[in-house]
Design a protein around this ligand. Structure first.
Ligand SMILES: [Fe+2]
Ligand SMILES: [Fe+2]
Length: 221
């Protein structure tokens, strides 16, 4: 088994336990998919594969803290826990620092109106990998899980669709509005061309889903 697989296996044991029972769309399955997207992007875009793999796999520790404390916990407040998790992995101090940097900035969207714009390929890939799992078929299911976990309305026909400054700290007006406000435009804001290409089919599905949902809701047949 190569070094990457060894690190992932070691982390998998810890993460599976930590994320057990998570029901808001940020389960261990989301971490596995983010890792797979990240490895796929790295093959085309380059970057330090160890930093990318580890950061992608542990990026959502902040969700676990938030879940247990019943609040939104921003990624920067998860760095101590992430640091402990990766402490015994075969990474240099510089690589560990880089993992923490990528985790810290993974939720800064180009349309959030705040935060830093990451410039290193490793952080760009971790952002893109996470965001690719927020567009498309599985993203639709994840959004409804998140909505249910946070008592969000499924849809509110009295509220116009909107694009607003987005951050993960504030919930959208409904799950359908969330899909419109985030998933629908995320594909155009991805950092790498490889991710933008993957997002095309996913975005089309999201658009078609929203349109058909509203049509069915209003019985416009
Ligand atoms: Fe996150
Ligand atoms: Fe995530």
């Amino acid at each position: 088994m190569n070094e990457i697989n060894c690190m992932i296996s070691a982390l998998r044991l810890k993460l599976t336990k930590l994320f057990e029972g998570e029901k808001s769309g940020h389960s261990i399955d989301h971490l596995e998919r983010t890792l797979n997207y990240a490895l796929c992007l790295q093959k085309k875009e380059g970057g330090d594969v160890k930093v990318i793999a580890v950061a992608a796999y542990v990026h959502d520790i902040h969700r676990i803290i938030g879940w247990h404390e019943n609040r939104f916990c921003p990624p920067e407040q998860s760095l101590n826990m992430v640091s402990e998790l990766i402490d015994d992995l075969p990474l240099t101090p510089k690589q560990k620092e880089h993992v923490l940097y990528a985790v810290c900035h993974h939720e800064e969207y180009a349309f959030s109106g705040e935060g830093v714009t990451v410039t290193d390929v490793e952080s760009k890939i971790v952002q893109d990998a996470d965001n690719l799992d927020a567009i498309g078929a599985i993203a639709i299911i994840r959004s409804f899980k998140y909505g249910m976990a946070h008592s969000m309305k499924e849809y509110d026909p009295d509220i116009q669709f909107y694009f607003s400054d987005y951050n993960e700290n504030t919930n959208d007006k409904s799950t359908i509005h969330h899909l419109y406000n985030k998933s629908l435009r995320l594909g155009s804001y991805l950092n790498t061309k490889t991710a933008r290409d993957i997002a095309v089919e996913k975005t089309k599905l999201t658009k078609d889903f929203i349109e058909l949902y509203v049509k069915e809701f209003n019985c416009e047949f």
